[in-house]
Ligand binder design. Structure first.
Ligand code: SF4
Ligand code: SF4
Length: 188
């Protein structure tokens, strides 16, 4: 079969020009690196650091309310979960990492999750469970230190997920702001 390849003839590069270009690139890199080093050193000596380095875990950066960490279950004032086991978050979760077994109760809230598990190894922190929940019962917290040494350790049960409402208050205000609609102007 005839080949359609077109041979390309490039001029042979001059070894001398290639060497000069290479040396110039190295010197440019060294100049930039040294410039940053001297500026940061001067800032360090004056105790006015010019680089943003956080000494984690001793130092923490405050997270904005929009940050989505691990999903948690919000507790009511009586310590029980707000969740009514409707299953909407389970349905909305794109990775199927939520498992709920509902049960009935004689309380004011008639249903509750007997089992509410989240497999954090599959969670991608998308926040769709939070959006789907009609009770503000599952909320994206600021918690992100959830590493585990085994698959079993990444399975979080209801008791591990329950969180007092005060610790997710900023996130709740943030998501409520997202639902507010600007009031329609009256017709003139
Ligand atoms: S944040 Fe997304 S992936 Fe994680 S549990 Fe909620 S819906 Fe599922
Ligand atoms: S959507 Fe909300 S109320 Fe329904 S099961 Fe999920 S967390 Fe519970």
């Amino acid at each position: 079969m005839a080949s359609n390849a077109v041979p390309l003839r490039r001029p042979k590069p001059s070894r001398r020009i290639g060497w000069i270009r290479g040396a110039r690139a190295i010197l440019t890199g060294l100049r930039i690196t040294n410039g940053h080093f001297m500026r940061n050193l001067w800032g360090f000596i004056r105790r006015k650091p010019t680089v943003f380095t956080v000494q984690y875990p001793e130092q923490r950066v405050p997270m904005p309310p929009a940050f989505r960490g691990m999903p948690v279950l919000v507790q009511m004032d009586n310590g029980k979960e707000r969740c009514v086991a409707c299953g909407l978050c389970e349905w909305a979760c794109p990775t199927d990492c939520i498992t709920i077994f509902p049960a009935e109760t004689a309380d004011e809230v008639e249903r509750y999750p007997d089992v509410f598990d989240i497999d954090m190894s599959r969670c991608m922190f998308c926040g769709l469970c939070e959006e789907a929940c009609p009770e503000e019962a599952i909320v994206m917290s600021h918690e992100m230190e959830i590493a585990a040494f085994s698959r079993r350790g990444t399975l979080w049960h209801k008791e591990d997920l329950l969180t007092p409402v005060e610790s997710v208050a900023a996130r709740l205000s943030h998501i409520r702001r997202g639902y507010e609609r600007p009031e329609a102007k009256p017709a003139e």
